[in-house]
Ligand binder design. Structure first.
Ligand SMILES: Nc1ncnc2c1ncn2[C@@H]1O[C@H](COP(=O)(O)OP(=O)(O)OP(=O)(O)O)[C@@H](O)[C@H]1O
Ligand SMILES: [Mg+2]
Length: 227
């Protein structure tokens, strides 16, 4: 399949990532791994569906001008995608090295790209700083579309924004305001003011419910501990 050898880059929660050269192009192989605790039939369907949706959404987003790696080859039965290799760093690792002004520009670009996704009924499903790459050409890429999907439900879009907001808060709390201001500025380039307000309300709603759920969990844990 690949014209170069395979060098393991990393192992994520669901997949092994290898570097290779495919048809002369620097590439990444994302191979979803089977989990022994899943029923084999469920495992097969799970791998197929996640692989299929990831490749489909990536290809669709590229056609809309969103920076996702281009898909070079896909085999859903094998749980395998070959995609363009993005030389760069994860924002979860390199955002803190940047001046605040640059952070705001990056966030604006993520906001702009996210609004194109949402305007086309696509949600990411795991939009965090770990799933955004800054390329060596200073361009922001969005990756890891295994949990993405198509929906017109604003709540799905609000979950994307909430997850991103939380990941900035957890990793770089001091950058959060600059980042989210930039994000909303970028989001508003193509989205109407009405829609942005509706989405902001939904994000607040999701955040409150998130806290409520976390609080209930915390209470249950302490109750178990002391019962
Ligand atoms: N196209 C790519 N170019 C460069 N690096 C990539 C590419 N795709 C994935 N990676 C690297 O591999 C890591 C894991 O990839 P990805 O997030 O798609 O898999 P995952 O199994 O869902 O991982 P996780 O559970 O860690 O989110 C990324 O964080 C990134 O460092
Ligand atoms: Mg990931």
């Amino acid at each position: 399949m690949a014209s170069g050898g395979l060098v393991e880059l990393t192992q994520g929660a669901e997949a092994k990532i290898y570097r290779t050269v495919f048809l002369g192009i620097p590439a990444v192989v994302k191979l979803r791994i089977s989990k022994p605790y899943r029923h084999p039939e469920y495992d097969r369907v799970f791998k197929y569906k996640r692989t299929f949706i990831e490749a489909r959404v990536m290809a669709h987003l590229r056609s809309l001008g969103v920076r996702a790696p281009s898909v070079l080859y896909v085999d859903p039965d094998a749980g395998l995608i070959v995609m363009e290799y993005i030389d760069g760093c994860r924002l979860s690792e390199c955002l803190s090295e940047m001046p605040v002004g640059r952070v705001a520009e990056i966030a604006l670009d993520i906001g702009r790209q996210t609004s194109i996704m949402h305007a086309n009924s696509i949600y990411h499903g795991d939009l965090t700083l770990a799933n955004t790459l800054m390329s060596s050409k200073d361009e922001v890429y969005i990756i890891d579309f295994g949990l993405s999907g198509y929906s017109r439900d604003v709540e799905e879009y609000a979950i994307d924004v909430h997850l991103l907001d939380r990941s900035v808060e957890l990793l770089y709390s001091e950058l959060k305001n600059a980042f989210m201001d930039g994000f909303w500025k970028g989001y508003s380039i193509n989205a109407s003011a009405n829609f942005v307000e509706k989405l902001k309300d939904k994000v607040r709603d999701v955040r409150l419910r998130g806290r409520y759920v976390e609080e209930r969990l915390r209470r249950r844990v302490s109750k178990d501990r002391y019962a």
